[in-house]
Design a protein around this ligand. Structure first.
Ligand SMILES: NC(=O)c1ccc[n+]([C@@H]2O[C@H](COP(=O)([O-])OP(=O)(O)OC[C@H]3O[C@@H](n4cnc5c(N)ncnc54)[C@H](OP(=O)(O)O)[C@@H]3O)[C@@H](O)[C@H]2O)c1
Length: 276
């Protein structure tokens, strides 16, 4: 029997690249999407190698239903917690609803999916839970506070899960990419424009320069990011290695930032935007 994997957020970007790489290796993939068009597209592209799941990480019932469907089909070799979004803006002004949605999808949603898939994972040998963190979970910067808060939270979440599931032989891995060129960037840009448009003149005066710098930095990252295939290769390594590493960095920018994150705090903050 082909090994089976679940990949959340498989419509595009890193999730879709994970599906492609797993299918290329002969696996069966349960791929989660949110729209009819994305479901039809995956079915057209991969036929029987992929079974599409409909799941919204803000909807507990949809997550539980997918967990039951996957468990009924047999053992699950690995779960890729990939679905996520990025809500930018100054923390003083990001609408709290947007901040909550960021944590709901990128943190609570990842735990909910993991819990739903554990019965099927327990039926496989040496199962894997691979979660997409970010180098933004090691170094936080201005104007991307909600996203970085969520990615830092994932470090705690996956470290605790790792310890809790280790006795059963389930490996929990965090993949930490730097910039990857996907739709997350234009989506974040659109969200940033909304936040900016709602700022008062006084708030714009206070944060305008930082917003502009963050927008320039995001444009640079989008241009220079690695292709999604590179992140997918790290995910698949974590899924198939006999003894996976606890964390995988992806991209030169991630490696450089990881070194910076390991410096003593005063030195580290002097070298970043959090200077004072
Ligand atoms: N791109 C980067 O530079 C980068 C760097 C580090 C880490 N990451 C992480 O990698 C993961 C994938 O991001 P990506 O860059 O591939 O972005 P992407 O192309 O925007 O893909 C994100 C996926 O998540 C899905 N998603 C968003 N909200 C959802 C929800 N409420 N329920 C279910 N699915 C939802 C999206 O579905 P829809 O298409 O239906 O919205 C989409 O399939 C994220 O966790 C991201 O934080 C990305």
């Amino acid at each position: 029997m082909k090994p089976s994997y679940v990949v959340t957020g498989a419509a595009g970007g890193i999730g879709r690249a994970c599906v492609a790489e797993l299918v290329r290796r002969g696996a069966h993939v349960w791929a989660s999407v949110r729209t009819d068009a994305d479901e039809a597209d995956l079915e057209r592209a991969y036929g029987e190698a992929v079974t599409v799941l409909r799941m919204d990480l803000r909807d507990a019932e949809s997550i539980e239903a997918c967990g039951e469907r996957v468990a009924a089909a047999g053992p699950l070799r690995g779960l890729v917690n990939n679905a996520g979004l990025a809500r930018p803006g100054p923390l003083e002004h990001v609408p709290l609803a947007a901040f909550r949605e960021q944590l709901e999808v990128n943190v609570t949603g990842q735990l909910a999916v993991t819990r739903a898939m554990l019965p099927a994972l327990r039926r496989a040998e040496s199962a894997r839970v691979v979660t997409l963190g970010s180098i933004g979970g090691r170094i936080a910067g201005p104007m991307v506070g909600p996203y970085h808060t969520a990615k830092f939270a994932l470090v705690g979440l996956t470290d605790s899960l790792r310890a809790e599931l280790a006795p059963e032989g389930i490996h929990v891995v965090l993949v930490e990419p730097g910039a990857v060129t996907t739709a997350i960037w234009p989506r974040a840009r659109a969200a940033a424009e909304e936040v900016r448009a709602a700022l008062s003149p006084a708030a714009l005066e206070r944060y305008g320069d930082q917003l502009a710098a963050a927008e320039r930095s995001a444009a640079r990252s989008e241009r220079t990011g690695v292709p999604p295939r590179r992140a997918a290769e790290a995910v698949v390594r974590a899924l198939v290695a006999r003894r996976p590493a606890p964390r995988y960095l992806v991209g030169t920018d991630a490696r450089v930032a990881a070194v910076l994150a390991s410096l003593p705090f005063r030195l580290r903050y002097r070298l970043t935007a959090a200077r004072r």
